[in-house]
Design a protein around this ligand. Structure first.
Ligand SMILES: Cc1cc2nc3c(=O)[nH]c(=O)nc-3n(C[C@H](O)[C@H](O)[C@H](O)COP(=O)(O)OP(=O)(O)OC[C@H]3O[C@@H](n4cnc5c(N)ncnc54)[C@H](O)[C@@H]3O)c2cc1C
Length: 373
């Protein structure tokens, strides 16, 4: 088996197969990076709560029976023969899993690169850790440039953590914070989560600009132009760039409407022996690590059942729990069910320090299982 991408989905899949089959499996796991970083660690890095070095999980520490990690850049995928070309050679797969995540399309938002900052990439978060200390007051805008985007609560978390950051520096009173999001509420599948977030924004004097996305930045005038043509002046812009599948996936011809269509029950693509999991796939669930992980577990179960001659596993359930930072050391939790009913439903748990500890445990358990730390 060849797994493309060692993010949330690829790591969980390789780990499951190794745990169940040990040396009885032959998995090649390929990623162009040299380390995994949890998405939420980017918020910690940008606000100076930790350093990049402290949160990088180097792939050199991956030691799993039956799994071989290769640091290579994938340059072509041919799904019919399940052949993959990289900067180092070619790989043939009997089972191929695309877990390459979503990339950022910076050029889709004119001015973003020159006029603003983004915190969705590791490099962007690290750059911001250097930029934020020099912000001395004025108008701050947290702006989403397009949907879908990873981890729907993350932009709200950024706005709340920015409030904390500016308060700790004693300059919150000299600042305005606006938050632009292309939905009517911050987390549409969970009205209770949205209600709690909107109450938190109101308490902290954060202005919510719903149903709008940032279309471009006019860096010369320091103005964010929204999709209805209205303008929002800024002194500090923190952006969530538009997303798209990695170029190599688009060029493979596997995508429709930007992402790889799969059966939401089995994660199979229309190509025999080819699965897609996580942010790169269209499954009907949000782009978040917990969902990538859940999808990977179904693929692992399906491959294991095939090898053992067992019945195929039950369908992917589309369930996921996301932790939501409210600032002040408190974290809420939303449990979302995307696939079992006619429409998504979410259950919200109020922010608490206990849930902060639970979030830490979530990260620690993955570090231990995936990296043996
Ligand atoms: C600020 C922020 C906060 C977040 N918070 C959370 C959270 O609290 N909970 C949560 O569940 N999710 C969270 N997420 C979302 C989460 O990080 C992603 O949804 C998740 O990583 C998706 O997993 P994946 O396996 O699909 O892709 P990824 O984890 O993105 O992995 C894809 C891998 O493919 C590799 N790759 C891509 N192209 C190539 C190529 N050409 N050659 C070789 N390798 C390649 C990449 O290097 C990458 O390692 C957050 C994201 C952000 C940005």
């Amino acid at each position: 088996m060849v797994i493309l991408g060692a993010g949330f989905g690829g790591l969980e899949l390789a780990t499951r197969l190794s745990e169940e089959l040990g040396d009885g499996v032959d998995v090649t796991l390929i990623d162009k990076g040299d380390a995994f970083v949890f998405g939420y660690s980017k918020l910690d890095v940008m606000f100076g709560r930790t350093t990049l070095d402290a949160v990088r999980l180097p792939y050199s520490e991956l030691e799993k029976p039956g799994v071989r990690f290769l640091r290579e850049t994938i340059t072509a995928i041919d799904p019919e023969p399940r052949q993959v070309t990289t900067d180092a050679g070619t790989h043939e797969a009997d089972v191929l899993v695309i877990a390459l995540g979503a990339d950022y399309d910076f050029d889709a938002t004119p001015g973003l690169v020159d006029g603003g900052n983004e915190f969705y990439s590791v490099a962007g978060a690290e750059r911001l850790a250097g930029v934020l200390p020099s912000f001395r007051g004025g108008r701050a805008v947290v702006g989403v440039c397009g949907a879908p985007f990873k981890c729907p609560p993350a932009p709200s978390e950024a706005a709340l953590l920015l409030h904390d950051y500016l308060s700790a520096r004693g300059i919150r009173d000299e600042c305005e914070i606006s938050f632009v999001i292309p939905f009517g509420t911050p987390v549409p599948p969970s009205p209770d989560t949205s209600k709690a977030l909107m109450a938190a924004f109101a308490e902290r004097d954060i202005e919510l600009v719903p149903d709008r996305r940032v279309a471009s930045l006019d860096a010369a005038r320091s103005v964010a132009v929204l999709d209805d043509g209205s303008e929002l002046p800024y002194d500090l812009f923190l952006g969530i760039p538009r997303h798209r599948a990695p170029d190599v996936v688009i060029e493979s011809g596997m995508t429709e409407d930007g992402y790889v269509p799969v059966s939401s029950r089995t994660l199979r693509t229309r190509y025999p022996g080819v699965y897609a999991v996580g942010d790169v796939a269209t499954v009907g669930v949000p782009k978040a690590g917990v969902f990538a992980e859940g999808a990977a577990r179904v693929v692992a179960a399906s491959v294991i059942a095939g090898l053992r001659g067992d019945d195929p596993p039950g369908p992917y359930d589309g369930l996921g729990a996301c932790y939501v930072e409210f600032g002040g050391g408190r974290v809420g939790r939303v449990d979302v069910d995307f696939l079992s009913g006619p429409r998504p439903t979410g259950t919200f748990r109020e922010p608490s320090t206990a849930l902060l500890a639970e979030k830490h445990e979530f990260g620690a358990s993955r570090r231990a299982r995936w990296f043996g730390r």
